[in-house]
Design a protein around this ligand. Sequence first.
Ligand SMILES: Nc1ncnc2c1ncn2[C@@H]1O[C@H](COP(=O)(O)OP(=O)(O)OP(=O)(O)O)[C@@H](O)[C@H]1O
Length: 743
Amino acid sequence: MRNSKSAKKKRLEEIEEIEHLNSWIQSQKPNSGFNPMSLPPLPSNSPIGLLRDNTFSCYSGATLFKQLPISQKTKDGLRQCNYHEMTDIQRATFPHALCGRDILGAAKTGSGKTLAFVIPVLEKLYRERWGPEDGVGCIIISPTRELAGQLFDVLKSVGKHHNFSAGLLIGGRKDVDVEKQSVGELNILVCTPGRLLQHMDETPNFDCSQLQVLVLDEADRILDVGFKKALNAILSQLPKRRQTFLFSATQTKSVQDLARLSLKDPEYLSVHEESVTATPTRLQQTAIIVSLDEKLDMLWSFIKAHINSKILVFLSSCKQVKFVFDAFKKLRPGIPLMCLHGRMKLERRMGVYLKFCEYRSILFCTDVASRGLDFNKAVDWVVQVDCPEDVASYIHRVGRTARYHSGGRSVLFLMPSEIKMLEKLQAAKIPIQSIKANTKRLQPVSGLLSALLVKYPDMQYTAQRAFLTYLRSIHIQKDKEIFDVLKLPVDKFSASMGLPLTPKIRFLNKKSKQKSVSENPPLEPEMSDKENELGISREELDDLENPREELDIGDFKEVDRVFLPAGETSNEEGKVGDIVDIIPETRVLKKKKLKINIHRPVGTRVVFDEEGNTLQPLARIADTNCTCDSLLLDQDKKEEYYKKMREQLRHADLEDKRLDRERRRQKRIKDKMKWTKNNFEEEEEGESGLEEEEAGNRRSKRSKIYFDSDNDDGERKGDNVKASISLEEQEALALKLLSSMHQ
Ligand SMILES: Nc1ncnc2c1ncn2[C@@H]1O[C@H](COP(=O)(O)OP(=O)(O)OP(=O)(O)O)[C@@H](O)[C@H]1O
């Protein structure tokens, strides 16, 4: 009794709270329209009251979560997670987000963007009194599975006092059927694009028509071409009347992107726009100029010198990650090593991610780990062995360290040919200093790698693949000012990986040839099959053609499956391709290439009339006395009709066979004539010097072939002829036949 009374009291309090919050929201001024450029930047110490339309002016001095007009349940969750003071992006976002506006949020890496959207999501559904029967109220989309998992954890811990149901929908999970049974009842979905789309396509009761909030974390990445198809398909199934949040450290301002999302007067909140640096201030950044063949030595020396640090090492492809990880692991540097890339199974990926959060170790990874991940205990160093494809990619990679209030350091290995990247980074307000590598202190590792490759011959293959995919990754980069494959010392590079011989790089040879004939370009450009250019497998090509697809490779595959006929089951680890897909529109799958459009069944006989026009099947029996219409009425006549038809078809078939036999026979005779004529002439010209016996043998052999092959209708006529006439007579006969043909 007492329990039910207190529950009732709690409910009444809740209703009162919701009404109070709603009336406050109603009292706020309407949005004044979207013009990102006109928005005064928010200084990091600005009170909220500086926002353009005085929204939240009553909370202008608020710096703590507890001062905000949000539910007690959210406040309790925040307190228990030890979140008390708001960060800049959180302070800037809440006024608008709580008022129901669309947000484009941009802030440096590690500045708390996650809470900036998680809290408004919880509050929105709370104020709407969202319950299990209301279905999906919010969708949060992340480009990678690891990041989705991380967002889900934050949502669970901050929202643990709320009664919403939430689910994590990510690719690579095998329990998709179990998911299908409950996904329709979930209120908040945290997902990767591929798996969300899969549910939209396959799950019968999955309904998003009541969606209140859509969040795109790492928005610029999700709006990127790699996710274009998937996102468009998702958006087409969502209601346009909704609140949309886009967050990223490198936010998009593309009007096209915003149009795709049907944003309504969004607020562009870029809290660090006026900041002196685009990266966290506590991040120390260095670039080391090092040649390609010295990169592994440099990395090995770096690791040996920092065995007490937690280090994240970025390489450009899965194959490289695999090779460097395998090789260095065997060389035992004295610190645990791990690897993370898009071709690993989900369980392993998640396992590695969690382990790296826990332990001091080195993680070799591709860009799959470049965005959003907040490794629990601070990462000390971010090492970029391979140059990032652009400035945004650099910002996200280094952003894995120096998060929130902690410091961090990063090193970028730059080859002399990539020096332009340094200028680009500095132009983008990234304080990076370059130093020259001190080669005297390098610990060479190539000798050790050569020995390893001899000891483990399987590793040679891995090394070759890594070598080729690296070159290919440079070749396909868009920014040719920085990435020029022809400037690379490929032989030295191959040797530095321990390879005894430089693998054949067909596309490089082609390229240099093209360069040498560039003054006399060929009239028609050569069609290049990319796969053949390199001599690497399609899988590797996929890996490279969609390097950023790695971000959620399994999901891409799933999307492939939706759009294109891919062979694998949807929930298996996909091959590009995160990245799949999601697959660039220009890419043609091998399977697709092989598809043949057959317009009529194989073996269908085409019948021509006397004028040479094709006749429809059965047209030849159209003159029959029975018409189908009348036959349909009468069963007996029908039988008779079919009998007649069968008979006619049989006759037609026999006739066709006979004609075909005749035609083939004529052809054979013609061929034989030709053959005999040629040989006769040849013998006359060429055999004059031969021994009579030898020539005779050859003649007799050929004669035999000639007559034996005349084997129409299965009769061995040749034997008869051979038996009845001599060799000379046979030749004379052949001549006679020839001369009659010429006449
Ligand atoms: N108000 C806060 N008080 C204390 N810690 C916070 C607060 N907001 C965020 N953090 C912590 O800061 C770290 C970074 O937060 P978050 O991952 O949201 O950053 P982000 O801006 O999304 O980074 P990225 O751009 O890399 O995705 C996390 O460890 C988070 O727990």
